[in-house]
Design a protein around this ligand. Sequence first.
Ligand code: PLP
Length: 374
Amino acid sequence: MPIYLDNAATTPVCPQAAQAAFEVMTEGYGNPSSGYELGRQAARRLEADRAAVAQRLGCGPEELTFVSCGTEGDNWSVLAAAERGKRLGKHIVATAIEHAAVLEPVKALAARGYEVTWLRPDRTGHVSAGDLRAALRTDTVLVSMMLVNNELGTLQPVADAAQAIREAGCPALLHCDAVQGFLKVPFTPARLGVDLLTLSGHKVRAPKGVGVQYIRKGLDIKPLLRGGGQENGLRSGTEPTAQAAALAAACAAWQDSYPSRILEIKEYALELLSALPGLEIISRGDAPHICAVALPGYPSEMLVRELSDRGICVSSGSACHKGRPSHVFAALGLPKRTLMGVLRLSFGPDNTRADADILAEALGEITKKRIAMR
Ligand code: PLP
């Protein structure tokens, strides 16, 4: 079994989620729109699963739409918010460290004539609510701010953003990509004050192929897909019943003790790694599961490969995309040598201190080899 330290990329499906999906696929496989009992059963199960996810998120089930992934929810949120506000203005504010699932639709809107103000992070990877306040205009129709950055683990001031929008009296909808925050940090959409919020199943031990889009009750946005009118007409297409069951089961199986357990392992790993010569801690992360380190001058793809050879899975990330440093680390203003050697580590409930020991030993050997080569 590999030492899996890339839980921000995806997670192993927990047995409860796999079992729930199996049951729905093999026994409760009816189409929720069918009028006979097998279909009605599937519809009842889908609503029970929606309610279970809603309970975990702290919102009403009628506020949740099942989608296929976080990318789908992010794209829908950005494009639908712009569409809804098109008569009020064409100004968007987004953080410069959003995931590509937000960045790309925002850039597509920019190509269609929208003006975008990018909020840049400080050296620690946090954007400021003050900068947002200064950026808001009477024609701002969308603010998109993630809850937890996927490469740094930093928490962004989403609740402050909601307050700034209220105070500015501008028509902007607030979208939050909470893909990395769900179940890891405490929040509810209402307490954050967001209009739209996006989650992804495979980051929380459900399978790939399911996400959840929160749309604040009473908010009218354009459907994502048109067709048979499923999901209250917002996302047509036969509902992903097995994936929804798996996500609900993963939510139920997620223990409240996990975040503190995960944090304890991350802190232990950081303590070991900070003793290694030449290794820099780039971000300790505010969220329990993500941190970033660097071996300046050592290409991270090489590090990923060498660690992989030792059975350890970590990410250069989103860190190095097609040989270029990620926009997130670049936005921190790190020196080029440091940018080259960045690694993201992300922990989950299955990790143990022994995993951190093995990682530290492997990175220790790699740093020693590097010093000897100089
Ligand atoms: N947003 C963030 C912050 C993410 O970390 C990810 C996945 O890495 C996504 C969105 C996209 O989610 P999905 O892989 O479900 O499309």
